[in-house]
Design a protein around this ligand. Structure first.
Ligand SMILES: *Cc1c(COP(=O)(O)O)cnc(C)c1O
Length: 365
């Protein structure tokens, strides 16, 4: 069976051992994030000369990789994170997938990897969701998390951009982040995430590998998450390990650091900025000095803060902590009203509970 909708046809090979329906129901009832996977995966190969080929949807299983594959040594890898939602109407949809396809190309370009045509990215995701549609959970905040990624598979220890790549998509059902409370955030003074000219705007595994120690450090300081400052002066807010960050000031301005190359251009970030404008807030993409946040939390100038990204959508921030003290918003536990309103608007659009004024919802079936 082949889908002829794109230049590169996908061969569809359904698994011969699907997870029994009752077991699947147990698995998706309350999955721990990233530990439960669906039955299938998408795979497409690339080699210089042949281009993209061998596109298939197949049973999810381990695959052999040569110990000299370039990704294992020099970390040539990029990824995406997106979700398929079951809509009120019963259909299934993703959210702005063209943006993920575009960003995947930009990340790959930064890592000197082959460009994956957007229609191959889109078809791989759509076909995987279609075949694993029963893995898309029903219920508030639940979704099928999709992880497209690409690795350098050329067998060669020389240091150069690889000539062979493997693009894949895997999927896992996830529960919503129901926690009604706020996260506490450690402002790292020991580590930075990205420097000008570096890879901060690329969604690559290497950025995450480099941030793990800072995330662990935040926990030793009793915090849930880490916030990175700019690498030049350690003065300006950048982002969290895997989420963008925004602040609401008392003049009804939503402010977030600008995309200057060191911050990951979040699709959730972009959507929230547009929804905030729709709701009459002033939106500012401008440098945010960390001292101003600490002073502003004390004076009431800074009223709310939140992190945003596909996985948690919006994560309200109750407090920031650093060596010199603490900045607390409200009582440090209750999410702010504007944060909650933005979260509701966005999740209502994603779940098809309200109309979709910007055409962000992509129906899969
Ligand atoms: C993926 C990611 C984000 C959030 O991007 P979304 O498109 O909103 O999911 C923010 N920061 C980093 C470092 C990321 O990798």
């Amino acid at each position: 069976m082949a889908s002829e909708s794109v230049a590169l046809p996908f061969t569809i090979e359904p698994t011969t051992a699907p997870t029994p329906a009752d077991h699947r129901a147990d698995l998706i009832a309350n999955p721990a994030f990233g530990r439960v996977f669906s039955d299938h995966m998408a795979m497409v190969r690339y080699s210089e000369g042949r281009g993209w080929h061998d596109a298939r949807i197949t049973a999810r299983k381990p695959f052999p990789i040569d110990p000299a594959a370039a990704v294992l040594h020099y970390g040539q890898e990029v990824f995406e994170g997106m979700k398929a939602y079951r809509l009120e109407s019963g259909g299934i949809a993703t959210f702005r997938p063209e943006e993920n396809a575009r960003r995947f190309q930009a990340s790959a370009a930064r890592m000197a990897m082959a460009a994956l045509p957007q229609d191959i990215f889109m078809t791989a995701v759509d076909e995987l969701v279609r075949i694993d549609r029963d893995w898309v959970p029903t219920g508030e905040g639940k979704s099928l998390y999709l992880r497209p990624f690409m690795i350098a598979t050329e067998v060669f220890l020389g240091v150069k951009p690889a000539s062979e790549y493997l693009f894949m998509v895997i999927a896992c059902p996830v529960a919503g982040y129901f926690g009604s409370g706020c996260v506490s955030v450690w402002v790292s003074d020991a580590y930075t995430r990205a420097a000008p000219g570096g890879t901060g705007a690329a969604k690559c595994g290497g950025n995450y590998a480099a941030s793990l120690i800072a995330q662990r450090d935040s926990q030793t300081h009793g915090c849930d998450q880490v916030l990175f400052l700019d690498s030049r002066e350690q003065r300006y807010v950048e982002e969290m390990g895997g989420m963008n960050v925004m602040f609401l000031r008392d003049d009804n301005t939503l402010v977030t650091p600008p995309l200057t190359g060191t911050i990951l251009p979040g699709i959730t970030r972009d959507a929230i900025l547009r929804l905030a404008r729709d709701q009459g807030l002033t939106v500012e993409e401008a440098p945010v000095a960390i001292d101003e946040v600490f002073e502003g939390a004390a004076t009431g100038r800074y009223r709310e803060a939140f992190a945003c990204g596909t996985a948690a959508v919006i994560s309200p921030i109750g407090s920031f902590r650093r060596t010199q003290g603490e900045a607390v918003f409200g009582d440090g536990k209750t999410p702010g009203p504007v944060t909650l309103a933005l979260k509701k608007t966005l999740t209502d659009i994603q779940a098809g509970r309200t109309n979709d004024p910007h055409g962000w919802v992509h129906m899969i079936g």
